[in-house]
Ligand binder design. Structure first.
Ligand SMILES: Cc1cc2nc3c(=O)[nH]c(=O)nc-3n(C[C@H](O)[C@H](O)[C@H](O)COP(=O)(O)OP(=O)(O)OC[C@H]3O[C@@H](n4cnc5c(N)ncnc54)[C@H](O)[C@@H]3O)c2cc1C
Length: 228
């Protein structure tokens, strides 16, 4: 690891680097890689999923952002890690690259989804119409994304990351632009499911033009639901 910084009070950014990154590829902004953590007392190392926030092939650097919460092995590693430490990674596998048929994009996600959202808007072509809704605890957790897209960045401050109600209220206030749009949602599994149901049933948005993913599940370690 080359650098460790606090992006916000509860988001730790790492720049990983080295010749071992040779050949690493990550075509899609919501790709994920498996990070492998040795855990004392466990026979097998544990694995957790994280987003390649940025990859620079020429410089051989990979940026990873860790949301800090009640610590499992991944979060504990992020809290304790020091420059010079190493990390074993695997993947990504099965990138889902969207064809550019959409007039607009709506990206909604909690702290664990901000790496994918940030990368996505930063990689978008100039002028692409995109609305982001970041779900965070307070203003200090908001991030600035640099983008050539026509970005409308909104934030919802909600104390409880597992409560869908304030998120649904905020989403109900969003007027969807005209034309064909793609909606991407990633958050705690229950919240992601409630969002998907809202767009599918209340807004009649086609399922083919949206993707919802549970990036974690309250009370369960290492759980994701990527195919809602
Ligand atoms: C495709 C994908 C990409 C992801 N990318 C990122 C990323 O770039 N950055 C990132 O920070 N996370 C990301 N996540 C989420 C991350 O994998 C989980 O939060 C993971 O469970 C954290 O591992 P842990 O070892 O800290 O906790 P675990 O051992 O898995 O869980 C311990 C406890 O913490 C709870 N918990 C887990 N996550 C959270 C949370 N976010 N808030 C509150 N409680 C939680 C669990 O419910 C459990 O009770 C991604 C998940 C997926 C599926």
């Amino acid at each position: 690891m080359l650098e460790k910084t606090r992006l916000t009070p509860n988001m730790i950014r790492f720049v990983m680097g080295g010749a071992d990154l040779e050949g690493f590829e990550s075509p899609a902004p919501d790709d994920h890689i498996k990070l492998v953590f040795p855990v004392a007392g466990e026979e097998k190392p544990v694995m957790r999923e994280y987003t390649p926030r940025a990859y620079d092939a020429a410089a051989q650097t990979l940026v990873l952002d860790f949301a800090v919460h009640d610590a499992g092995p991944a979060t504990q590693w992020a809290i304790d890690a020091n420059v010079g430490d190493t990390l074993t990674i695997a993947g990504p596998r099965g990138s889902a690259v969207l064809s550019p048929v959409f007039d607009w994009y709506l990206l909604i996600g909690d702290e664990t989804a901000l790496p994918a959202m940030g990368r996505w808007v930063e990689e978008m072509a100039a002028g692409t119409q995109v609305i982001t809704l970041g779900l965070v605890t307070d203003a200090a957790e908001e991030q600035q994304f640099t983008s050539k897209a026509a970005l409308d960045a909104r934030w919802l401050h909600r104390p409880d990351a597992t409560d869908a109600a304030p998120v649904l209220d905020a989403v109900a206030a969003i007027d969807l632009p005209a034309g064909r749009g793609f909606i991407w949602m990633a958050a705690e599994a229950k919240v992601a499911r409630a969002l998907r149901d809202h767009f599918q049933h209340d807004r009649q948005h086609p399922l083919t033009d949206m993707k919802a993913a549970g990036y974690w599940t309250q009370g369960q370690a290492d759980t994701s639901d990527k195919a809602m």
